[in-house]
Design a protein around this ligand. Structure first.
Ligand code: NAD
Length: 468
């Protein structure tokens, strides 16, 4: 099927590349000429596993790039809208990009088209898109507006897209549902997975994925409710971690004890410095706002946001309690991306913490496997950029772990200790066992667990290498 995907960001680019791999003919549309040029020249603007392979094998054949939305609409049976929906000052979703795309789409509709919301949007957005397209003179028989929320996570976007837990399509007409069923048929029939060149199945992943068909409004709500629930799980365990710190319990043990309950599940129960990224913060706020607009005061979500913000403050307090004053202290920082596996720094709690530490006068030398170029655009030369974790630790008063990259969980601890000026690690992602760290001569602070000290001696200000 010929499909237009509008917006070539994290979602649009991944969706376009994956749809092409399923066998469809894709026109990826963006209004950012530089991005389009880069994509045409073979560059991959985001860091995602398997994306370079998918782009290489489909570019120029099943995958075309264009700035001409109207023409792309004219040529396509379905138009996926995957532009940004950033938050406004008051927390609502800014739908102006979606509106402008809807207006342009109407100019290209000559025969029946299915317009698909792929962006995360508040319930009722489909009604608005429909109204805008009609207002611009399109025949109501010539299109349907549907919702197909995207659940991919940055860092594992391609495998999440191709091996989803489920595919949700929200359609109010049988005709539009049929078009969406056909688009996903290579996945729902299982035929894609039998191809020798298919992207390999991750550890988890249901084959074939179930297709859930709902009304358009239900599908819009599913996405907001899903992200709000996951954010709530994170805030819940962070709140539990704070109680653990107060009473001397170990949050890892608590997580194991509650996560094995099949009604709860262990995923998204990782205590840390809170959630970030371009989705959870804005989607929780937008869900809160849309509920309020329709007469429901969703106070639970206020608590989710508050706890999340508190986690950063608690972490900064931990840094202070380990190092006392921060002016002039050099801190090694591991991780700038909002989570491991991505170069995305939007709403990154790591970046927010770095900015607070700079305000307190510390000197920062940071390392991130993928996000340093993007961080440099925001932080410039306010911080130093290291070539490795050990470089970041070199001569530092302490090392801070702020993103859960796999390589940060596998450091050579002896090498790390000898690089540091003082053997102190403050881990916002609980990547290490406190006892192991103490055994390696490191004073170690983490979240929801007691601090551990070499030879059990608290304080952590011993000069590196010296025994108590
Ligand atoms: P993004 O900012 O990475 O990409 C948006 C793209 O749209 C940009 O390339 C931009 O140039 C383009 N664009 C904006 N206006 C345009 C227009 N008028 N015509 C053509 N192109 C236009 O955003 P993203 O992270 O891909 O998110 C897109 C949507 O998907 C958001 O609603 C987001 O909430 C949702 N979502 C994101 C993720 C994620 O992990 N990033 C996951 C699920 C859902």
């Amino acid at each position: 099927m010929r499909i237009a995907v509008v917006g070539s960001g994290y979602v649009g680019l991944v969706a376009g590349a994956c749809f092409a791999d399923l066998g469809h003919e894709i026109i990826l549309v963006d209004n950012d000429q530089r991005k389009l040029e880069a994509l045409r020249n073979g560059q991959v603007p985001i860091h995602e596993k398997f994306l370079p392979e998918l782009l290489t094998r489909n570019r120029g054949t099943r995958l075309q790039f264009s700035a001409d939305l109207k023409e792309a609409v004219r040529l396509s049976a379905a138009i996926f809208v995957a532009v940004g929906t950033p938050p406004t000052q008051s927390g609502e979703a800014d739908l102006s990009y979606v509106e402008s795309v809807a207006r342009e789409i109407s100019g290209g509709i000559e025969d029946y088209k299915v317009v698909v919301e792929k962006s995360t949007v508040p319930v009722y957005t489909s009604d608005w898109i429909r109204r805008i397209i009609l207002r611009n003179g399109t025949d109501p028989e010539c299109f349907d507006v549907t919702s197909n929320p995207e659940f991919l996570r940055e860092g594992t976007a391609v495998t999440d897209f191709l091996f989803p837990d489920r595919i949700v399509i929200g359609c109010d007409s049988a005709r539009s549902a049929e078009v969406l069923r056909e688009i996903y048929a290579p996945m729902t029939s299982g035929s894609y997975y039998r191809r020798p060149e298919a992207i390999p199945q991750p550890d988890r992943g249901v084959i074939p994925p179930p297709l859930i068909v709902t009304s358009t409004k239900s599908a819009e709500l599913i996405k907001h409710a899903c992200n709000a629930f996951l954010a709530m799980k994170i805030s819940f365990i962070n709140a539990v971690a704070s109680v653990c710190e107060s009473v001397g319990a170990n949050v890892n043990q608590v997580v194991h004890g509650i996560g094995t309950d099949s009604r709860i599940g262990s995923r998204f129960l990782n205590p840390g410095i809170g959630y970030g990224g371009s989705c959870f913060p804005k989607d929780v706020m937008a869900f809160r706002a849309v509920a309020r607009e329709h007469g429901y005061d969703f106070r639970l979500l206020d608590a989710v946001v508050e706890i999340n913000e508190e986690q950063r403050v608690r972490f900064l307090r931990k840094v202070n309690s380990a190092l006392w004053t921060l002016r002039g202290k050099q801190l090694g920082v591991l991780g700038l991306a909002f989570k491991g596996g991505t170069d995305d720094i939007r709403e990154s709690p790591a970046l927010a913490i770095v900015q607070s530490l700079l305000q307190q006068g510390s000197k920062i030398v940071a390392y991130d496997p993928a996000a340093m170029d993007r961080a440099r655009e925001v932080l410039g030369d306010q911080i130093g950029y290291a070539a490795s974790s050990y470089d970041a630790a070199q001569g530092a008063d302490a090392l801070l772990i702020l993103t859960e990259w796999e390589e940060f969980a596998n450091l050579e601890l002896e090498r790390l200790r000898s690089a540091l000026k003082y053997p102190i690690v403050i881990d916002g992602r609980n990547l290490y066992d406190p006892e192991v760290m103490a055994g390696q001569g490191l004073t170690y602070y983490s979240v929801g667990r007691a601090a551990s000290h070499p030879d059990g001696v608290p304080g952590g200000l011993l000069k590196n290498g010296k025994k108590a």
